[in-house]
Ligand binder design. Sequence first.
Ligand SMILES: *[C@@H]1O[C@H](CO)[C@@H](O)[C@H](O)[C@H]1NC(C)=O
Ligand SMILES: [Cu+2]
Length: 312
Amino acid sequence: MMWHSLASVVLEGDLLADATLINGRGRYVNGPAVPLSVVNVQGLQRYRFRIIAMSCETKFTFAIDGHSLTVIEADGEYTTPLEVDSLDVFAGQRYSVIMTTNQPIGNYWIRANPDIRGYPGFDNGRNSAILRYNGAPMTDPSTSFVSRNPLKEVNLHALFNPMVPGNPWPGGADINLNIAHTFNVQKFEYQMNGFAFHPPSLPVLLQILSGAQEARDLLPEGSIYALPSNKVIEISLPGTSVRLGGPHPFHLHGHTFSVVRSGDSKEYNYLNPVRRDTVNTGFRGGNATIRFVTDNAGPWFLHCHVDWHLEM
Ligand SMILES: *[C@@H]1O[C@H](CO)[C@@H](O)[C@H](O)[C@H]1NC(C)=O
Ligand SMILES: [Cu+2]
């Protein structure tokens, strides 16, 4: 019930979710063994799965027992094929994976383990769906899983136009912004470089048409960064502690960016990093860094894709 209310209302209560739904179905702790989603497949075929984390908060660790998954796409951008056996999908992120049905006819667990207090794990088919080969019995799987080859974002590479715009060093863009966020407990709000986002009462484009010329003229103060057209922009997004609700998946509207530094890495890659639109900024010590070109004029949101943080 609670999760059907507005984020601003839910924020006042306890944020504990109790079930993962895969294609609309799932079981919860101490709940009934309701039917799970079933993905019916035939043997010796290649299947493309589109995985979308439609989560308000948690990431999911996705896997299919007994099958490796070849990642070919992240957030709508093709990648060079990368074989993994599990992948973390943060709120707002999308992936395509190719899976070959090369295992014995049977039932296999599809797993999407959340990373949040209260409800991870697979007891009684929680956080799961079923991969069912043609000819397998209509029973729950009895397969097990240990990940040995999880996806690391630094191993993902853009298939097309992988070169990063700008110069190959930190700060080597036309405009370099560091957007650090903190949580203000008294005000119960997230602040970006000291300011919480407030929607402008007058739309940004109207403010500009009415004569606002500089970023500092745009209101509300601190919520809006004006960027020149056709320039290379670098934004670094320092990670924060778990206590501050991290890791935070930051999503940029209107653009695809190159992830020159992933949230869980200290390395910079200007040659062939993944291009995507939602990046996990990782934990304290991380400094996820993105590059993009301002080639799509408009007022665009940059926001954490955790709904509660967006609200705050
Ligand atoms: C992240 O990188 C930017 C740009 O290089 C730098 O200004 C900032 O201090 C770094 N922050 C952290 C926490 O490492
Ligand atoms: Cu967040």
